[in-house]
Design a protein around this ligand. Structure first.
Ligand SMILES: [Zn+2]
Length: 382
């Protein structure tokens, strides 16, 4: 295991409308600046920062980004904005080729303005700017690629990019939480086929994370220790829902999974976010992440839609130290041609009715590929 491998160093540039673009490269060291062309397009000015309203009934913020209605929706490959630029066509990425590219979203749900600490409004209908930042992460220059088909080295570059962005966005004024995710499949609302993920730097800690933190706080207040650690220990002791296990990470279907396909990937050490991981942990993660996605891919003859969501500790939150970073991969697919829809009970009440027993899901995923071996890390690099 190469603990001395340096994280990928990005090269920065700006797009024609001022948005930032970063290139991350596979392997050590960047490529020379001079080889990266400038954005020659004429772009309209960036949209105004969306509006934020506070729902006092639920105690949650809602962002209104009306300009997103005009964003690109499932364009054909010849009009894809994430493909590299060519002599005849300029895209969002001016380079003729790239490994991983990260840039500010042209149609952000938060930002481009940053700064300002949010507080619940004094007056019921007071509006706030939805400050923050939204970024797009292109995983490959190949339009037809998909995350489960990336090389292990590329996944490592993507993880390095996520780590870099989490550290940098966490330092932006007013950012409350950095959320990294990939939506895969038009069935769950993907608007571009090109393999990519997104990053939201929210101006608040998200409702789901606050609920988890409150559970962890209460557990500790009752004198029962660290909730995240005990959950992992209980899953390992039970064993029936474990999908893959490495030296530093375990992937399992949670005891009370909500979705027909749901896998959590959890580090064995208590760390709040991706920047707090060690090189060894990131290295193993690149293999285990691929393993989990490839297992999901192997279940059906056609690609399975999924959401891969990184839960990271809120920035500057008093309970941050009680949180543990983890990945939740979920899919609504419950059979070859069937999707679970969030209907009355789930959508209105937030009360989930499961379609599949979690132990059965875990067994199917375990049987989909040979067992994961942490030692594959060494083999892959040889
Ligand atoms: Zn493309």
């Amino acid at each position: 295991m190469s603990s001395d491998r340096r994280a990928s160093v990005p090269v920065r540039t700006r797009l024609a409308d001022g948005r930032e673009l970063l290139y991350f490269f596979d392997g050590d060291g960047g490529r020379p600046h001079a080889s990266l062309p400038e954005d020659t397009r004429e772009l309209p000015a960036r949209p105004a920062t969306p509006e934020l309203r506070y729902d006092r009934l639920l105690g949650e913020w809602v962002s209104y980004a009306a300009h997103r209605q005009s964003r690109t929706h499932l364009p054909p490959a010849r009009e894809c904005p994430l493909c590299p630029s060519s002599d005849t066509r300029a895209t969002e990425i001016p380079a003729p080729d790239y490994d991983v590219a990260v840039f500010e979203n042209r149609f952000p749900a938060f930002g481009p303005e940053t700064g300002g600490a949010l507080r619940p409004p004094d007056w019921a209908f007071e509006e706030f700017p939805a400050v923050g930042r939204c970024e797009v992460v292109a995983f490959s220059a190949d339009h037809a690629a998909s995350f489960p088909g990336l090389t292990r080295q590329r996944v490592r570059t993507v993880i390095d990019a996520w780590t870099h962005r989490t550290a940098e966005l966490s330092r932006l004024a007013g950012v409350g939480q950095v959320f990294i995710f990939e939506n895969r499949g038009a069935e769950i609302g993907v608007t571009l086929h090109h393999p990519h993920g997104q990053i939201y730097a929210y101006p608040f800690p998200t409702p789901r994370t606050l609920t988890q933190l409150e559970s962890a706080r209460r557990y500790r207040a009752e004198g029962r220790g660290e909730l995240f650690a005990d959950l992992l220990a209980d899953e390992l002791a039970d064993g029936r829902r474990i999908v893959a296990r490495g030296r530093y990470w375990t992937a399992y279907v949670p005891y009370a999974a909500r979705m027909p396909l749901e896998v959590h990937v959890v580090p064995h050490r208590s760390v709040p976010d991706l920047p707090a991981l060690s090189h060894e942990e990131r290295e193993e993660l690149s293999g285990l992440y691929l393993d989990v996605l490839q297992r999901i891919e192997a279940l059906y003859p056609t690609p399975t839609p999924y959401i891969a969501a990184w839960y990271q500790a809120p920035v500057n939150h008093p309970l941050r130290g009680q949180y543990r970073v983890h990945l939740q991969v979920t899919s609504p697919r419950r059979a070859a041609g069937k999707l679970k829809y969030l209907a009355g009970s789930e959508a209105a009440m937030g009360a989930f009715i499961g379609d599949v027993i979690p132990e059965d899901t875990a067994e199917r995923l375990r049987g989909a590929l040979p067992p994961f071996a942490a030692s594959r890390a060494a083999e892959d690099e040889a």
